[in-house]
Design a protein around this ligand. Structure first.
Ligand code: DC
Length: 230
């Protein structure tokens, strides 16, 4: 039996790492929904509809039809990379500038409705691991396994800071920490589909857990669900 696995949680809690590990192990499809919101953000930035922390919501809503998001498998890493109107933008969507606009843009209900519909279509056949903020609450409220990941803001900023520095981005720890805190605030307080733990989600705090141990814990939960044990 194939199941649906929803992984939600705060930014930089390692959701995508564990989601990808699980999908590889189970031979399921993996979908990074944050990448979809980031691609919409990149589109908005390229159109010149952002400045000084604000964005032109009306123009974005009017042109939503022009935005096509898809995924293409990278044959060397095995990772599904996000494409914006056919162009692979996996690298361009990971900058701090995209990170600073993505949470406000993800509050727009019209954007959410478009992406949620596409996500639900991708999961129609089950056999999917999807990570995001509203997967267990809105996209797949009937998912057989729901995980909610947390970690301290400092530890998350530390991880993101090292990732960005390794890519060659000249960012300060302070700016990354304030971005993490600000995104938490926007993601948890927005009106439409705020980040909250679903009642039936299992919470995992990985401030001090290593990636390998965490993977084995979640894999065991998935195996139990697949076998119908819990
Ligand atoms: O997972 P991430 O950091 O790449 O996500 C980027 C932003 O997108 C995040 O700050 C909130 C938004 N997001 C969302 O609102 N709903 C999702 N399912 C996934 C991401």
């Amino acid at each position: 039996m194939k199941i649906t696995i929803a992984i939600d949680g705060y930014s930089s809690t390692g959701k995508s790492t564990v989601a990808k590990q699980l999908a590889d192990w189970l031979e399921y499809i993996y979908v990074d929904t944050g990448a979809m919101y980031r691609a919409v953000t990149l589109y908005t930035m390229r159109k010149g509809w952002v400045s000084d922390g604000f964005f032109d919501k009306e123009s974005l809503i009017r042109h939503l039809e022009d935005i096509q998001i898809s995924f293409k498998r990278n044959t060397s890493s095995g990772k599904a990379e996000v494409c914006l109107n056919g162009e692979n933008v996996e690298n361009q969507i990971r900058t701090l500038e995209v990170s600073s606009y993505v949470s406000p843009i993800a509050t727009v209900s019209e954007v959410r409705a478009k992406l949620v519909e596409q996500q639900q279509r991708m999961g129609e056949e089950k056999g999917i691991v999807m990570d995001g903020r509203d997967i267990g609450t809105v996209v797949f409220p009937n998912a057989e396994l729901k995980i909610f990941m947390t970690a301290s803001a400092e530890e998350r900023a530390n991880r993101r800071y090292h990732e960005l520095r390794e890519r060659g981005d000249d960012v300060s720890y302070k700016s990354v920490l304030s971005n993490v805190i600000e995104r938490d605030r926007i993601d948890t307080t927005r009106k439409d589909s705020p980040l909250i733990k679903a009642d039936d989600a299992i919470e995992i705090d990985n401030t001090e857990t290593n990636v390998e141990d965490q993977f084995h814990t979640i894999l065991q939960l998935a195996k139990d669900r697949i076998a119908g044990r819990i």
